[in-house]
Design a protein around this ligand. Structure first.
Ligand code: ADP
Length: 165
């Protein structure tokens, strides 16, 4: 059985992420979406919130599970018995970053394969950071994220901007 891990910060999950997860779930027998607990960037949503948003997004995908992880992706992949790490590619900038990362992962865990899926055309411009940037300025991002994520985003921004978080 081939188990694949799809790792990321997912702050928050977007339709671009969901598309990659759906396509990976159609290729591999089991897909584990790995929500990185401690990325080196400022996050809007905490780990529990990012995990819950994914759980709601995949409730119709029986071979997909969500798990948070705190350390190296290759260590997590080994722990869950995965053979493959899946990532999405949007542009050459993603490729440059991923190329180095793939070589590093290969040197750390030669038995794991990195598999890259090119993003769907209509979501190639979608990144969590760009969505947060425009949502803060009042743009409706409802067509670019699952419905429950758009609602969570509005509520989070209301709380953050109101000084409640
Ligand atoms: P990171 O893992 O760098 O924190 P993200 O959590 O935003 O980044 O994304 C996780 C993975 O999903 C990465 O492989 C990223 O390239 C990919 N990805 C993000 N947005 C899209 C998109 N719109 N289309 C395809 N892949 C995407």
């Amino acid at each position: 059985m081939t188990i694949a891990v799809y790792p990321g910060s997912f702050d928050p999950v977007t339709n671009g992420h969901l598309d990659i997860a759906q396509r990976a779930a159609a290729i591999f027998e089991e897909l584990i979406i790995a929500v990185y607990d401690r990325p080196l960037k400022d996050l809007l949503f905490n780990t529990k919130e990012r995990v819950e948003m994914w759980e709601k997004a995949i409730d119709d995908m029986p071979n997909v599970r969500i798990k948070p992880y705190p350390g190296l992706t290759v260590d997590f992949a080994r722990q869950v018995g995965a053979q493959v790490i899946v990532r999405g590619l949007r542009a050459s900038a993603d490729f440059d970053y991923e190329f180095d990362m793939a070589l590093m992962n290969k040197s750390l865990a030669p038995e794991l394969e990195m598999v890259y899926l090119v993003g769907k055309l209509e979501y190639l411009f979608v990144s969590s950071s760009r969505l947060k940037e425009v949502a803060i300025l009042g743009v409706d991002i409802g067509h670019l994220v699952p419905k429950h994520v758009a609602i969570a985003m509005r509520e989070k921004l209301r709380r953050v901007q109101g000084g409640l978080e």
